[in-house]
Design a protein around this ligand. Sequence first.
Ligand code: NAD
Ligand code: MG
Length: 404
Amino acid sequence: PSADDVFNVAVLGATGSIGTATCEVVASLNRVDELPTWRVWAASGHRKLDELNTVASSLDPAPERLIFSNVDVAQRFSGAKNFEIHAGPEALVETAQRDEVDIVVAAIVGRAGLESTLAAVDAGKRVALANKETMVVAGQLVRQKMAASGAELLPVDSEHSAIFQCLGNWASVRAGDLPMDATCPKPRKLILTASGGPFRSWTTDQIASATRESALDHPTWDMGPKITIDSATMMNKALEIIEARWLFDLPADAIEVVVHPQSIIHSMVEFDDGSVIAQMSPPDMRLPIQYALTYPRRLPCPAPPLDRTQPWDLSLEVADRERFPALDLGFEVAAAGGTAGSVVNAANEEAVGLFLDGKIRFTDIVSGCRSVLEHHTHDCDPTLATLLELDLWARNEIRVRFGS
Ligand code: NAD
Ligand code: MG
């Protein structure tokens, strides 16, 4: 905490689904007795001026600064005068490293969140990581930076939060001190659960003609558009396999995926004796967000508890890697490391954008990613500059392939 006993949180991506849920969690922590004050010290938005203003104006204590990462938009802002206004992507990086900031919530979507997340890691902050794309693009680099700076990385992604909770003292939030407790058993498997998305029970032919509207209609989670499409292709699970590989520093073959349509078991861990530990709660991101903020403390949370007055239905299904080829891609990229993650992440972001604009078919997303991955020259130990170059290259490859 800062000297004046306030926890200052920088919410990068405050106008999004995770960002607004984070602001609710912070507000609710301030209603818990005998805690220091929690303050959203900085909040960022990209294009939505009014939304950021609304979010910021509802916060108590009020934020010190607002950041519009889109410079053109920032110039049009004439709203509240009681905040410091900063503009441009550099302001995200500078904020992530400010001495006043204790915790950085990385809730920007996609590769756009990379620099500010790396900056927070470099500055040795506690980083509550929703932006899984950073781990996909540069997981190896993040681990090196964490070891150098002593930054704490706390997963917000519900599956990774679940695994983190199931691992007990084996898991560590800092690189280099893993396992945190040498007497704790190492896990044998990390078992990621997947809702299966809107096309879980669709045939290959039906999936091939999936529309934008059907892909945006997620059965259990209410999320931003990019991750919602990723859930429909199951590329979200592929990205999470890669994220788990780097967050927990375990090889790809220690990771499995099972389909669990109710989204109550958020993931599981299997130990050497075959015992499996699962974490359960209703699908509500406020719980993993809060745990990342308050770890190791568990405090009252605005997310509702599980309802045990009704019968429960918890089913587990084998993930179908044929109908959902993204899964194989995720395992391959997690095993390959190096530049593979940057290429697939960029190809996917570009392809999702084209699909949302009605320019390509649903199944082009994953086949495009595979094709671009196979055409790139792999480098096992890339620099950040190489990763960023390949990001641009892969986006261009997707546009060329689909003629747009
Ligand atoms: P969202 O689309 O609702 O919000 C995205 C945020 O990023 C917004 O605040 C937006 O202003 C900002 N942003 C967009 N483009 C930007 C750019 N170019 N530069 C700077 N800021 C930009 O997305 P979301 O669903 O909240 O997801 C955010 C991240 O959290 C993603 O990485 C996603 O994978 C991850 N995540 C989300 C959920 C969820 O339930 N929504 C669950 C797990 C992980
Ligand atoms: Mg997830």
